[in-house]
Write a protein that binds this ligand. Structure first.
Ligand code: NAD
Ligand code: DAU
Length: 331
């Protein structure tokens, strides 16, 4: 199988490429990535000999057409992915997430290529803390931020191209990932790298917001399950029953670092901050037989802490600039 992976130099995409090279020797991987601030070619160093890397944008229609024409399937990870950045400047989110996805859809339509679209649970908005409900594939779309609204827009394009043009497409909406190679602007790696530096973690607002954490390898195993057995036109929710509030995540990290449980700061809250996400992954589990392997969140966090300790050269060059940007918004 010739597989085109967009965004393969980013967090989840790079992990997907590593996992694919390791577990699927029959797959020829081509990565298309624009190497924005969030993309890092060195994340693919360990698999460089087994993967073709093309630097370019998913909004470049000619480039995309040529690469899609040489592929049997596309897995589309490329996106602007950070909510806080989308509040600062939504423009690249519309370009990459909406126009880029449209560009890919037109190419897969022309060439009759299988398409899997990677999306987020944030398209469904948020849930109350005391609501027993979880997101299901039937939950109405209700995105809150420029990031999540552009992801919602891209999902709707995929649904329309599947229905109107018969594009063989599937969509997955996953909850919050953690693990190696995650950009240090994101919550968990930001706090880990703060703690490595002896700096107090930063909690937005009261820290009661809940995220449904899943290890990135479990997410990517689910993506392969969908590529192997997913029904065209269908949406699969990916989550591992990992609901935890931000305060508890910070307290667990403080414990791992041997620091006092109250050794953190509350900082300015995110405008429009979604309260709680929770995934019902029944369809994925029942239809495709997927189950998560990383069910011990603390053990997964410990391994992730160790990865950031062992790979300081990967993140250190970005730390000062990320913190300077947060300082400007009081976060
Ligand atoms: P990331 O920001 O770490 O990586 C994004 C990658 O896309 C980078 O390598 C970047 O260079 C590339 N990219 C950006 N614009 C591009 C363009 N125009 N053309 C080509 N490449 C471009 O993101 P991530 O956290 O790995 O997320 C990957 C996907 O998974 C996204 O679609 C995101 O919406 C989705 N998702 C993420 C999470 C999460 O917790 N991180 C959860 C659910 C879904
Ligand atoms: O739910 C899936 C989504 O998860 C993905 O679609 C996004 O691409 C991904 O970035 C993530 O979005 P979040 O906004 O939930 O992730 P983030 O890591 O930015 O923040 C997680 C929680 O932690 C959120 O409630 C905000 C809070 N936070 C974040 C940072 C950076 C803090 O309390 N302090 C921080 O310093």
């Amino acid at each position: 199988m010739r597989l085109l992976v967009t965004g393969g130099a980013g967090f989840i995409g790079a992990n997907f490429v590593h996992q694919t090279v390791r577990e699927r020797p029959d797959v020829d991987v081509t990565v298309l990535d624009a190497l924005t601030y969030a993309g890092d070619r060195t994340s693919l160093d360990g698999v460089a000999g087994s993967v073709r890397f093309v630097e370019g944008s998913i909004t470049d229609a000619d480039l995309v057409d040529g690469l899609v024409g040489e592929s049997d399937a596309v897995v589309h990870f490329a996106a602007e992915s950070h909510n806080d950045n989308s509040l600062d400047d939504p423009s690249p989110f519309v370009q990459t997430n909406v126009v880029g996805t449209f560009t890919l859809l037109e190419a897969v339509r022309r060439h009759g290529v299988r398409f899997h679209h990677i999306s987020t649970d944030e398209v469904y908005g948020d849930l109350e803390l005391d609501d027993p409900a979880k997101f299901t594939p039937d939950t109405p779309y209700n995105p809150s931020s420029p990031y999540s609204s552009t992801k919602a827009g891209s999902d709707l394009l995929v649904r329309a191209w599947a229905r109107s043009f018969g594009v063989e497409a599937t969509i997955s909406n996953c909850s919050n990932n953690y693990g190696p190679y995650q950009h240090i602007e994101k919550f968990i790696p930001r706090q880990i790298t703060n703690l490595v530096d002896g700096v107090r973690p930063r909690l937005y607002g009261a820290g009661l917001n809940v995220r449904d954490w899943i290890h990135v390898e479990d997410h990517n195993a689910a993506v392969w399950a969908i590529l192997d057995g997913g029904r065209p036109g269908e949406t699969y929710l990916i989550g591992a029953d990992g609901e935890t509030n931000n305060l508890d995540v910070v307290r667990t990290l403080l414990e791992i670092f041997g620091r006092d449980a109250d050794d953190f700061d509350h900082v300015a809250d995110r405008p429009g901050h979604d309260l709680r996400y929770a995934i019902d992954a029944s369809r994925l589990r029942d239809e495709l037989g997927w189950t998560p392997r990383y069910t011990d969140f603390r053990a997964g966090l410990e391994a992730t802490v160790q990865w950031y300790r062992d790979n300081e050269s990967w993140w250190r060059p970005h730390k000062a600039a990320v913190e300077a940007k947060y300082a400007a918004t009081g976060q």
